[in-house]
Write a protein that binds this ligand. Structure first.
Ligand code: PBG
Length: 327
């Protein structure tokens, strides 16, 4: 063990070149998945108020946008949809010509090599805003599984490269896997929102996707924030059910879970840098309370340092530009 004055860590720290050579974590555009919102209508490019730089797109404005995303070298997008109408069972989620299904077709046409993952959940499509169907005032787990499975198959039929179940229903990965296999989509991978917490950091997303629950909250199905060991059980079960990629969400307040998941499992780990995390940086930067670029890069690097193989982030486009400009 070296000791002062023989060991001087500043030797490797002060020259910029040595800092580069000894840098342990390198953020890359290849780490990113960019979430996008698609909506009905024409010529819509509506900025989400609490998420500067993030827009809801109609199919026609989605085209040029995905072109830019692909051009920036971002490997994939995660697609969310705003349906034309909502009902008790979230019908548009699994319609062959639903907004996400149409969005997938547009993206695959505009940028065939861009990986399109779809969020598989009912909350944007139900009139009550819960992630599943309601029975006796509760979200009915097993009845919801059938609808999630139908949704995933309809996404794969539209051309989705990967499906991402986010409803936090027990058994959802198994339900999707068997439905996909039965429909001959044996090679469509599942990115499971495995450890998804009942978090206040989803606030801006819920206005972006219009998915705030009309009554109650999501604590009956999403994870309780104080729990970390249980997150590992969620991940273990999802891997056993056939998850190809597991996810921890949100990222920033749960880096301990990301780190432990990376240590324990060999499946790729994704971390979702959620809407509230993005909004905090943008709001503070907008007030000139911090340097938004540096803060975002620091956060993204920290998520990678914790062990995430994939970072789902609203910063993806701007971060791609910062990285290629050597910021
Ligand atoms: C749908 C879903 C949510 C998010 C991703 N998929 C919202 C929620 O669970 O309430 C949140 C994403 C974000 O905040 O960026 N179930």
């Amino acid at each position: 063990m070296g000791e002062f004055p023989n060991t001087r860590l500043r030797r490797l720290r002060e020259p910029a070149a040595l800092r580069k050579l000894t840098q342990e974590t390198r953020l890359s555009v290849s780490d990113f998945i960019y979430p996008m919102f698609v909506t009905h209508g024409r010529n819509v490019r509506r900025e989400v108020e609490s998420m500067p730089g993030i827009h809801q797109h109609s199919l026609d404005t989605l085209m040029p946008e995905v072109g830019e995303v692909a051009e920036a070298g971002i490997p994939g997008v995660l697609l969310f949809g705003l349906p034309a109408r909502k009902d008790a069972v979230g019908s548009e989620a699994y319609e062959a010509n639903g907004i996400v299904q149409e969005g997938v077709r547009v993206i695959k046409e505009a940028a065939p090599d861009l990986m399109v993952a779809t969020d598989v959940c009912l909350c944007e499509y139900t009139d009550h805003g819960h992630c599943g169907v309601i029975n006796d005032g509760r979200v009915d787990n097993d009845r919801t599984l059938e609808l999630l499975a139908k949704t995933a198959v309809s996404h794969a039929q539209a051309g989705a490269d990967m499906v991402a179940p986010s409803a936090m229903m027990d058994g959802q990965v198994r339900a999707l896997r068997s439905a996909l296999d039965e429909s001959d989509f044996v090679d469509t991978p599942i990115m499971a929102y495995s450890a998804k917490y009942a978090s206040s950091f989803y606030g801006p997303f819920r206005s972006a996707a219009d998915s705030t629950p009309a009554f109650g909250d999501r604590r009956g199905y999403q994870m309780d924030p104080p729990n970390a060991t249980q997150a590992l059980l969620e991940i273990e079960l999802d891997i056993a059910e056939g998850a190809d990629i597991v996810m921890v969400k949100p990222a920033l307040a749960y880096l301990d879970v990301v780190s432990e998941a990376r240590r324990r499992f060999s499946t790729p780990v994704a971390a979702y840098n959620v809407s509230g995390e993005y909004a905090m940086v943008k709001a503070a930067a907008g007030n000139e309370w911090l340097d938004g670029t540096q803060a975002a890069l620091e956060i993204l690097t920290a998520i990678k340092r914790a062990g995430a193989d994939i970072i789902i982030t609203y910063h993806a486009k701007e971060a791609a530009a910062w990285l290629s400009n050597g910021v």
